[in-house]
Design a protein around this ligand. Structure first.
Ligand SMILES: Cc1cc2nc3c(=O)[nH]c(=O)nc-3n(C[C@H](O)[C@H](O)[C@H](O)COP(=O)(O)O)c2cc1C
Length: 223
């Protein structure tokens, strides 16, 4: 095979990896991950996310809606520059220096056994705000599920760095997913397939919807 042909195939493969709209990364299967997946549908979840232009927020809201979870948005005390070039520069500096910005508040985590954590891909890694959250959060004995949004670079080092930052915190990390960032959120089919792989059952969601509908109709009858 000619070198030029090999080069074309190689760049096509790279593009396939990076340009894929949805990318998943299964966590290594351990007794903890198996147990967490069995329990996931029966525990109330919290969806924690950071988002500067809304794409990760849109996915977080979709996850919360499907799984009937609560939502928490991570916010930094100091705002990032509004101008995109300045933001990109500031982000690069913070990531290179390992700077952890101060957060406005932390959520109450005690009542949750399942915590989804979402970050945009910044310079191929997670945002400093999400790193700050991980540093400050007590995630011991919780199932933690990472999700990411990106421009076109895919998951890159996001899951690897996320996992490294959680080391020693006593959390069980489950399968990660990355979506190409869209203000409309993620493709429902991909979201559902990922959640089902995590042990989330549509049947339970359907039962809850039925129960909620029944409650509504019962209270309607009483009016
Ligand atoms: C500072 C900065 C750095 C970024 N770096 C990358 C990157 O390395 N690779 C990539 O695919 N997208 C990159 N993006 C694009 C974002 O990951 C993407 O637009 C994401 O969906 C934004 O999420 P948000 O709308 O929730 O803030 C970057 C965006 C910003 C603002």
């Amino acid at each position: 095979m000619k070198i030029s042909n090999i080069a074309i195939i190689f760049s096509a493969m790279l593009c396939f990896a990076g340009c894929a709209k949805t990318q998943t990364q299964p966590a290594a299967e351990t007794s903890e991950t198996v147990q967490a997946k069995q329990e996931i549908s029966s525990k109330k979840a919290l969806v924690v996310y950071y988002s500067i232009s809304g794409n990760t927020r849109a996915v977080a809201k979709q996850i919360a809606k499907i799984t009937n979870a609560d939502l928490f948005e991570i916010e930094t005390k100091k705002a990032y520059p509004k101008e995109y070039k300045q933001l990109v520069k500031e982000a690069k500096k913070e990531i290179n220096e390992g700077f952890l910005p101060e957060l406005k508040t932390m959520p109450e985590l005690d009542s949750y056994k399942v915590v989804f954590i979402g970050s945009p891909n910044w310079w191929s890694t997670i945002t400093p705000a999400v790193s700050s959250f991980i540093k400050n959060a007590d995630l011991k004995d919780k199932a933690v599920i990472p999700f990411f949004t990106h421009g076109s670079g895919g998951m890159a080092n996001c899951n690897k760095d996320f996992t490294a930052q959680l080391e020693g915190k006593g959390a069980t990390i489950l399968d990660a997913i990355a979506f190409r960032g869209e203000s409309s959120g993620a493709p429902e089919k991909d979201l559902n397939a990922w959640l089902e792989g995590l042990g989330w059952t549509k049947a339970k969601a359907a039962n809850e919807t039925d129960a909620a509908a029944k409650d509504d109709s019962e209270s309607g009858k009483r009016k």
